[in-house]
Design a binder for this molecule. Structure first.
Ligand SMILES: CC(C)(COP(=O)(O)OP(=O)(O)OC[C@H]1O[C@@H](n2cnc3c(N)ncnc32)[C@H](O)[C@@H]1OP(=O)(O)O)[C@@H](O)C(=O)NCCC(=O)NCCS
Length: 201
């Protein structure tokens, strides 16, 4: 069925190239995950907050390797993109991701965690900003994220990275302790906001 609007980002255009390495403030680097990162993922998931807010556990290297393979498949399928946030010395501080993409509409959902020992140093905020710059550079239109209304750190990070609070979805996502109300935050590509919005005649 013909569409009356063009794709915001042409499907197929992302996977033609390898997933890029991105640089961020504070000399942090965002790079694709490799199998060698499996121990860092297992270690990160020993943190009860990461388990709780991401509603999953990773107990073994095999599970972490499976997760990393899923990340690579996400890029190949243009359905998601996951980066390790690393220091110049190669230490993995955390993860930032587009856990979903919809290239036709130009939408993507942001996700993140920082290892417990690396928190409070701005790693997540700078990594999300780097992700945002890349995403708007390839023409995505609207980036959004959800967090539980009880997750104050995630809310603060979202606001610092420029994602305005748009509202609360009641009893939206199941966590290990039950259903949580979720804040929706979003950031629209500033270069698209200057384009005129058509009004009905
Ligand atoms: C949320 C998370 C990714 C933040 O990572 P981080 O690298 O510490 O983030 P930053 O250092 O960039 O800090 C972001 C802001 O959050 C604030 N913050 C951190 N912990 C906080 C808390 N418990 N309550 C309120 N604000 C908090 C920081 O002070 C900072 O704001 P400021 O600069 O104005 O002081 C990290 O806490 C985490 O991984 N939590 C567990 C997993 C998780 O919640 N993932 C997100 C699921 S939606």
């Amino acid at each position: 069925m013909p569409s009356l609007v063009p794709a915001v980002v042409v499907p197929g255009s992302l996977k033609r190239a390898p997933q890029p390495v991105l640089s961020s403030e504070n000399d942090l680097v965002l790079r694709p995950w490799t199998a060698a990162d499996a121990p860092a993922i297992v270690d990160a998931f020993q943190d009860p907050d990461i388990q709780h807010w991401h509603a999953r556990s990773v107990e073994s290297l095999a599970e972490a390797e499976e997760m990393i393979e899923g990340y690579a498949q996400g890029w190949r399928a243009e359905s998601s993109a996951h980066w390790a946030v690393v220091t110049p010395r190669g230490e993995v501080l955390g993860r930032v991701a587009f856990r979903t993409f919809d290239l036709f509409w130009g939408h993507a959902e942001v996700a993140y965690w920082t290892r417990a020992a690396a928190r409070g140093r701005g790693a997540a905020t700078t990594a999300v900003r780097a992700l945002t710059t890349w995403a708007f550079g390839i023409g995505l239109h609207r980036l959004y994220l959800y967090h539980s209304t009880l997750n104050d750190a995630s809310c603060r990070l979202a606001l610092k990275a420029g994602f305005a609070l748009e509202g609360t979805e009641r009893s939206s996502i199941l966590h290990p302790d039950g259903w949580h109300d979720m804040h929706l935050h979003a950031l629209v590509n500033p270069s698209h906001l200057s384009q005129a919005t058509a009004l009905p005649a």
